[in-house]
Design a protein around this ligand. Sequence first.
Ligand code: COA
Ligand code: AMP
Length: 635
Amino acid sequence: MASRYHDVYAGWKSDPEAFWAEAARGIDWITAPRAVFDPEAGVYGRWFVDGVCNTCFNAVDRHVEGGRADQLALVYDSPITGAKKSFTYAQLKQEVVALAAVLRDQGVVKGDRVIIYMPMVPEAVFAMLACARLGAVHSVVFGGFAARELATRIDDARPKLIVSASCGIEPGRVVAYKPLLDGAIDMAKHKVESCVILQREQQECDLVAGRDIDMAEAVAAAKASGAEVECVAVSATDPLYVLYTSGTTGQPKGVVRDNGGHMVALKWSMWNEFGVEPGEAFWAASDVGWVVGHSYIVYAPLLHGCTSILFEGKPVGTPDAGTFWRVIAEHGVVAMFTAPTAFRAIKGQDSKGEFVRKHDLSKFRTLFLAGERADPETIKWAEAQLGVPVIDHWWQTETGHPISQNPIGLGQLPVKYGSPAVPMPGYDVRVLDDAGHPVPNGTLGNVVIKLPLPPGCLPTLWHADERFRKAYLSEFPGYYKTADAGLVDDDGYLFIMARTDDIINVAGHRLSTGGMEEVVAEHPDVAECAVIGIADPMKGQVPCGFVVLNAGVARDGAEIEQEVVALVRERIGPVAAFKSVVAVKRLPKTRSGKILRGTMQKIADRQDWAMPATIDDPAILDEITAALKGKGIGI
Ligand code: COA
Ligand code: AMP
């Protein structure tokens, strides 16, 4: 059947407000918006300004009231602990109401921020929804970040309360969260009044008297008392959450998501883009600490009345490379979403797909890959093993939902390997040169989106309108800068090739090399440093640090390198995957003093490189090449 994509996209383009007004009918409003878009509001305009709603009501209560009370809403499958639990929509509501009562009793009200620092357990989802119910603003911090990163977020978000757990579980080790939480609270200038702590049996923790509350006890008490918590009415433009993402410095950007536009856009995406019907099981194998977890583990599937899978495990090693197929078969998953790195990990351990054939995948229809460029080899391998369409799609924390993809519900278009296909309605994607002029099709340039961004995208950064303008809107007036470089071909397909800033993508995780440089530079023996992302067959990219030691440092270089690695792990966290440091005599620079990171990366990745015309001293590149060879990198 012919795809409806071109008609639908053209329909949106000719009348965006009519398109989004129609999409807005997909959710239940307390007061339906009359104004679809107000160009005068906010930094670049706001969606559904006079709408009143509640996201938790739409994700939970309306399904309980509308005939899905006994349908599974959330299935927790944790091969890393051996635990499994399921919650119907009615049970989900009970858990969310009870936790909301606990938060309310701690004084959390509409507009307050709540940080959620949790592993992949159902209570993390309950906490997000409980905040949404109260009109409070959650900010989930990924468990792989260290105390200092958490402290930075505490100081920026200024939460009333933190929800956390005693531990997370990584293969072969229990990660004690409590010392990280306590350390962050000590470090932060903003003082947190209370913490609600989930004690996990794998490692319990001490609670701080007068500050920490045992989640299980408090929730049980709330249930026993029959506590009711109504959904609080919020404006469509009120913030639902703040999610911090890597910027170009160690100071992360607080991406703001509103309530109304977010619901409208995510609900629309579930069928039209992902081809999933209410009642079906959808699985995003990510983490609630990332945007994929927010949008496609929690909000979109629940807004759509699906069963969402919450998976606490890894694609390999928990217990083997067949885990994904077992989960799909056992829970009747029709569509799954993960990062290409997960498939490279599986392929590395089961290249013939022997595990795939041990499971009944007859219900499985589509695999979606995003978070980093999906290399054609990985897509073709997945297609061959699974026998279903494999859809690369491109988006960012900032947008909250796909900018471009091959839309399954609207009807799949021909596949072009290496391309996340075509822009979705809402996104007018252009490619501009550095001076802001459009480039011809097929020419690499800056990928930008014509303003306004569609509903669901960030309206601003948390309490930082000016930073938002500067980071995203000022370089190309009238456009949002994605900071991705790419091209559009003659058929309108996008190809996203690289970041134009210092962001690297490590195992589908977005990290700032600038942030890592700030930490490396803190080492007392380091005079100067540079961190670049180098190619890695499994993780896509991994960071590699170059350090110039202070004159007169007589200590063993290898020892200092180890200390630098440990420092980054301690300050940013294990998720930085920062394991390589190369001590060099000098860093290559332009005559104006800019470090030639791009050339260093090409040398490390064994790509062709040309001597930069502006280089100060060409001999330094030979020194870099030799130092990398000494470490077995780039040979
Ligand atoms: N809490 C604490 N530590 C964590 C963590 C968490 N939530 N998540 C990761 N880490 C640690 C890991 O244990 C690892 O520690 P180590 O250096 O001691 O081995 C380190 O952070 C790096 O993690 P990662 O880069 O994820 O590497 P990995 O070898 O553990 O796993 C993959 C590699 C590819 C299997 C895994 O990254 C993966 O499944 N990624 C794809 C899915 C995904 O999360 N995508 C995100 C957006 S869609
Ligand atoms: P994040 O904000 O963590 O989702 O990371 C967003 C960045 O990841 C984008 O700006 C891209 O650089 C990269 N990215 C995500 N999905 C894709 C994709 N399908 N193809 C290429 N790059 C991608």
